[in-house]
Design a protein around this ligand. Structure first.
Ligand code: NDP
Length: 309
C-alpha cells in the first residue's frame, strides 16, 4: 500500500460525529482522513431545515451548520477522501478500508456512517416515491407551495417538517399513531400554534393513493376504528431512522436493530474499531451528542495507541 494511503486514523462518514472525531484527531497530532461517498459533509444535518439546539450557534439552517463543521475540519488540515467504502478488514495489525477508489489503511478506524430514514411500508409508498412521497421536507417542500400535504410521524423530525411545511403549504396534516408526540416540547408548542396544521391523533396511514402522483392517503383511526380518505398532494414520511451499519455486520457486535454496541468510550467489540454518532446504541441521538462521541472516540483511540506501543 502506498505510503500516502496510510493513516493513523481513518474515519468513515462525515456527519457531525465523523467531523467531531476528525478535529480532535488532527489536533492530537494523528494523521487523519475522513472517507465519505459524498463530497458534501453533514449527513442528516444537511437536510435539517433549522437547528436551534446546538450550543452557541442557534438558528442556523442544517446546511449552514454543516458548512461550518466542514470549514473547521478543513482549516485544521483534515484530509477528505471521496469514495464508496466497500468493507473494512483487519490485516497484520492494520485495518484496511476497501473503497471503489482503492485501499486505505490505518491503525484505528472510527465508524461514523450515521443513519437513514425508515420506510412506512405501506402500499403506494414505493410506487409514488418522488411523485409526491418524500422523506425530506427541506429538499422537496418547495414543490408543494400552496398545496395540501401530510406528514407522518410524531418525533422531532416529523414535527420540524410539519412546522417547516406549514410555512409553504396551504394545509398540513400531521398523522401520528398515538395521542402524544415524541418531539421536544418547544417544537410541539410551535406546531400546535399554527392555524394551517391539523393533527390526526391515533391514526395510521394504510395506503398512499394516486395513479401517477399522490392524490391522497387512506387513514385508519385505531381508537374509533374508522377508516377514511384524505385528499393530499404530498406525503412526507418521518417515522424514524435506521443505522447504516450493514457493511460492518459480523465485524462488530450490534443490537437487534443494527445499532453498534459501544458505550460512551465508543470502543466496539473489535479492537481498534470505534463507533460514533447515530450508529451507536445510545439513548439520545442529537448533533451535540454525535460531536461529543467524536471527542470521546479520539480519547479512546489515543489510549488504544498507548496500549499497543
Ligand atoms: P424518532 O424515532 O424520534 O420518531 C419517530 C416517530 O415516528 C415516532 O413518533 C414514532 O411513533 C413514529 N413511527 C415510527 N414507526 C412508525 C410507523 N411504522 N408508522 C407510524 N409512525 C411511526 O425519529 P426522528 O426521525 O424524528 O428523529 C431521529 C433522531 O434524531 C431522534 O433521536 C431525534 O431526537 C433526533 N433529532 C435531533 C435533532 C437535533 O439535534 N436538532 C433534530 C431532529 C431529530 P411513536 O412515538 O409512537 O413511537
Amino acid at each position: 500500500m502506498m505510503e500516502q494511503n496510510r493513516y493513523d486514523v481513518l474515519i468513515i462518514g462525515s456527519g457531525p460525529a465523523g467531523l467531531g472525531a476528525a478535529i480532535y484527531a488532527v489536533r492530537a497530532g494523528l494523521k487523519t482522513a475522513v472517507i465519505d461517498r459524498s463530497p458534501i459533509s453533514g449527513g442528516q444535518v444537511l437536510i435539517t431545515y433549522e437547528v436551534d439546539n446546538y450550543l452557541g450557534l442557534p438558528g442556523l439552517s442544517g446546511s449552514e451548520l454543516s458548512e461550518k463543521f466542514r470549514m473547521h475540519a478543513d482549516n485544521l488540515g483534515v484530509a477528505f477522501i471521496t469514495a464508496d467504502v466497500q468493507g473494512v478488514e483487519h490485516a497484520s495489525g492494520l485495518k484496511v478500508v476497501h473503497t471503489a477508489e482503492g485501499d486505505f489503511s490505518a491503525k484505528a478506524v472510527i465508524l461514523a456512517t450515521g443513519a437513514s430514514h425508515s420506510k412506512l411500508g405501506v402500499l403506494g409508498e414505493e410506487k409514488l416515491l418522488g411523485a409526491g412521497v418524500s422523506y425530506c421536507a427541506t429538499c422537496d417542500g418547495a414543490f408543494f407551495r400552496n398545496r395540501t400535504v401530510a406528514v407522518v410521524g410524531g418525533g422531532d423530525v416529523a414535527v420540524e417538517d410539519a412546522v417547516f411545511l406549514a410555512g409553504i403549504c396551504k394545509k398540513v396534516y400531521l398523522i401520528h399513531r398515538r395521542d402524544k408526540l415524541r418531539a421536544a416540547d418547544s417544537l410541539q408548542k410551535k406546531l400546535l400554534s399554527l392555524d394551517n396544521v391539523e393533527v390526526l391523533w391515533n391514526s395510521v396511514v394504510k395506503e398512499i393513493t394516486g395513479e401517477d402522483v399522490v392524490e391522497g392517503v387512506s387513514v385508519y383511526n385505531n381508537v374509533s376504528d374508522v377508516q377514511s380518505s384524505l385528499a393530499v398532494n404530498g406525503v412526507f414520511i418521518a417515522v424514524g431512522i435506521e443505522p447504516n451499519t450493514e457493511l460492518f455486520r459480523g465485524m462488530v457486535e450490534m443490537d437487534e436493530k443494527g445499532y453498534i454496541l459501544a458505550d460512551e468510550t465508543c470502543v466496539t467489540s473489535k479492537e481498534g474499531i470505534f463507533a460514533v454518532g447515530d450508529i451507536r446504541k445510545k439513548p439520545m441521538r442529537q448533533i451535540i451528542t454525535a460531536v461529543a462521541d467524536g471527542a470521546n472516540a479520539v480519547y479512546s483511540v489515543q489510549n488504544y495507541f498507548v496500549e499497543q506501543a
